[in-house]
Write a protein that binds this ligand. Structure first.
Ligand code: T4K
Length: 372
């Protein structure tokens, strides 16, 4: 195993010199957090880029989810219907907000929650729905928001993966009451650590602004039990330097997605992810590997590791399969999510992945399939 490692992702980084003027300005002002020039400029630039009016940058996506949930002012212990097929933070945020997760199933033909399964999970204790736009693919927002309206439920979209993605009709970040994006180093747009809450109204944004600053309204008044969810000036400066680069990076990932499609087409046992029907940000390439593929999904994962190619089984195990989350599983069967969790393998895709490295990944897959 002598080839250099290829990882599932690598963070895109701006040229260091692009960051230096902003760092100098932070050093001169000595305002490093708590609402300096960088965070104000980043918030404005981000809102403009994403086309949203009410946005709050935060220290990471998990705290952002918790604050969005707290801003909904739900009764303690109330039920929040969510997906088992996600990163564990989706559910841990619900629990940290003092609420009760209830798992519904994903759609048979998608990675996202099935609206029919959401409707079936509603009980008198249900107060909210927290779906995920998994891999940046939009949920069925119209159906989910309609269920929420009919049952008087809040909706918080976990849009951790969805920076730069959209529906063909637009409005991905306008669904529900809140949407939350992650800017973690593994995400399409990164500030090393970071995230944001997008609120549907100025009033809700104000609640989130206060919650991420311990609940302070002013020096002597606190509203609600807040937390420290602020983004620092450094992370905001980095975000400002990243914004002008993101379109080109998504375009490069689009090219890589189509190269995978060409090279992997027709291999038995593989289902390639489609970018049809929405505007993808191409930040994940979730290949489905069924049992007819030699060794199945896990066999392919191991075969690639032997070649120094580090794919990821996002999302395996399912969240309710983790022992600390199993108590929330209830009786609901989750056949579609279980199948996804056993079949999906996310292949390396990021703006700096070279054509040669992508070809190496594809050769290793063809070799595991016995087609070369
Ligand atoms: N909701 C959803 C649906 C999410 O997917 C996430 C996070 C959240 C909420 C919470 O948002 P944050 O609080 O994180 O903002 C990663 C990330 O830690 C996590 O942010 C992400 N989802 C999740 C899907 O993936 P790992 O365990 O895969 O990370 P790690 O460190 O193994 O990184 C994967 C590969 O990326 C490495 O093999 C190499 C490369 N890498 C990673 C880092 C951190 C780098 O090259 N440089 C780096 O700095 O969890």
């Amino acid at each position: 195993m002598s080839d250099k490692p290829i990882y599932v992702t690598r963070p895109a980084l701006p040229p260091l010199q692009d960051l230096l003027p902003q760092l100098e300005s932070i050093w001169q002002s000595a305002q490093v957090t708590n609402g300096g020039d960088q965070i104000r400029a980043f918030e404005a630039g981000l809102g403009e880029f994403l086309g949203v009016a009410h946005i709050t940058p935060c220290c990471n996506g998990t705290i952002a989810l918790m604050c969005a949930l707290r801003a909904c002012r739900l009764p303690p212990g109330a039920e929040v219907i969510t997906t088992p097929y996600s990163f564990v933070a989706t559910t841990s945020a619900i629990l940290w907000a003092g609420l009760t997760p209830v798992f519904a199933d994903t759609s048979p033909d998608d990675f996202n929650l099935d609206p029919a399964s959401i409707a079936a999970a509603i009980s008198p204790r249900t107060a909210a729905i927290m779906p995920v736009h998994c891999y940046g693919r939009p949920c069925d927002i119209d159906a989910i928001d309609d269920i929420a309206r009919r049952h008087d439920l809040k909706v918080i979209y976990d849009a951790a993966h969805a920076f730069g993605a959209d529906r063909l009709s637009g409005g991905l970040l306008e669904g529900g009451d809140f949407s939350v994006i992650s800017f973690h180093g593994t995400k399409v747009f990164n500030t090393f650590e970071g995230g944001c809450v997008i609120a549907g109204s100025a009033e809700d944004k104000l609640s989130v602004d206060r919650l991420i600053n311990f609940g302070f309204v002013n020096e002597t008044t606190i509203e609600g039990v807040g937390i420290n969810g602020k983004m620092s000036e450094f992370n905001a400066a980095l975000g400002r330097a990243q914004l002008p680069l993101i379109r080109r990076q998504i375009e490069r990932c689009r090219e890589l997605h189509h190269q995978y499609h060409k090279k992997l087409a027709g291999i038995a046992g593989l289902t390639l992810p489609s970018d049809a029907g929405y505007h993808s940000n191409y930040s994940y390439y979730p290949l489905r590997v069924n049992d007819t593929f030699p060794g199945g999904r896990d066999g392919l994962y191991d075969a690639l590791r032997e070649q120094n190619i580090f794919t990821r089984r996002y999302f395996y195990p399912l969240i309710p399969e983790f022992p600390d989350y199993a108590a929330h599983r209830r009786d609901a069967a989750l056949p579609n999510a279980t199948r996804l969790s056993r079949e999906v393998l996310c292949l390396p895709i990021y703006a700096d992945l070279s054509d040669d490295d992508l070809a190496r990944v594809c050769r290793a897959i063809q070799s595991a399939a016995g087609t070369v």
